[in-house]
Design a protein around this ligand. Sequence first.
Ligand code: GLU
Length: 421
Amino acid sequence: MSSEQSRELNPYENALKQLSDTAELISLDPDVHEMLRQPKRILSVSIPVKMDDGRVKNFQGYRVQYNDARGPFKGGIRYHPKVTLDEVKALAAWMTWKCSVVDLPYGGAKGGVICDPKNMSISEKEKVTRRFTAMIADFIGPYRDVPAPDVYTDPQTMAWILDTYSQIKGYQVPECVTGKPISLGGSEGRSNSTARGCVFCVREAAKVANIPLKGATAAIQGFGNAGSWSAIFLSEIGVKVLAVSDSKGGILSRGNGLDPRRVLEHKEKTGSVVGFNGTEEISNEELLELDVDILIPAALENAITAKNASKIRARIISEAANGPTTPEADKVLERNKVLLVPDILANAGGVAVSYLEWVQNLNRQHWTEDEVNQKLEQKIVSAFKSVLETSKRYNVSMRSGALAVAVQRVADAIKTLGIWP
Ligand code: GLU
């Protein structure tokens, strides 16, 4: 890989590039820009775990607390063999902008543990989670920093965090984490809220681009929580989901498209979408370049880069993943008039319902799924409108518009707070 390419693929470099472009666009105070170039705090811990074979393995874990001017730090924890500190820093910066753009009273943070959860037993995952939680316990909490699920972590992981944190405190603290199981104070609607928000964004974008959704076609890269539910919700509103993929490969069904619920059953049984009846096998690269109306990258960073951006044929992209498009690729997509709803807006449904969960916990309430979904829709649609309006005002892409709204709000908070001492 050339050094230019490896720079393009460094998420933190990309987050900084987005920040400096935004600083220029909104004439950001240089002092605030200086502060926002680095996270406020980085926790780096090594997590010893006695594995099932009796040997001890050390896992590297991070919690990056980027900025909390607008409220407690907030963001998920990711388990993945390719986690790096720069990745977690970028994800923490994006959480800061995400919470700001949907106007949640939160800052941004992210956690990551370098591990391969697919090759770990439940008990090994539980030990990693509990020890990691204990090691960062002094720095998290309902008014400090509230973790949530991300790639390869789930409600069970949050239950272990909740239990460990509560054991340390000596009393039950359900509001210390979101994305919990409902039986422990989790919110109705949280499990598929990222996808629900993403599909609200598709619907709003389709109005802007004048594309009727009934009969429109879609491809979805990644079939985890966000990708699989996006496929289900899209097909429920009449969109034909022609192709989906996961880390093992992709499947394509021309004509009427796939039944996403059945694909999900297949994946639960076999571990992959690949091999689903009556489909053609395609690669992740081919999926991204399909001739469809809507493309949802729902996997990891750097799916759309300078290398493949010019081959993207979708008219709308709604980013369910964090950081799936590099700034170089953004330029190409903009030139090609692709309407891209950026990650910090398109996948904000997850943290928006996390916020609703936290509010319910703090007030010892439990709302109905309809109530939650309505509040989610209202938050996403109103953020979509203000981003669209801002991007028109500056005559820039929705990504630049979203960053402009988000960074401005964080900057206003920082300036009003002042710097102490
Ligand atoms: N991990 C999710 C995200 O990237 C959710 C974060 C949260 O709910 O705090 O937005």
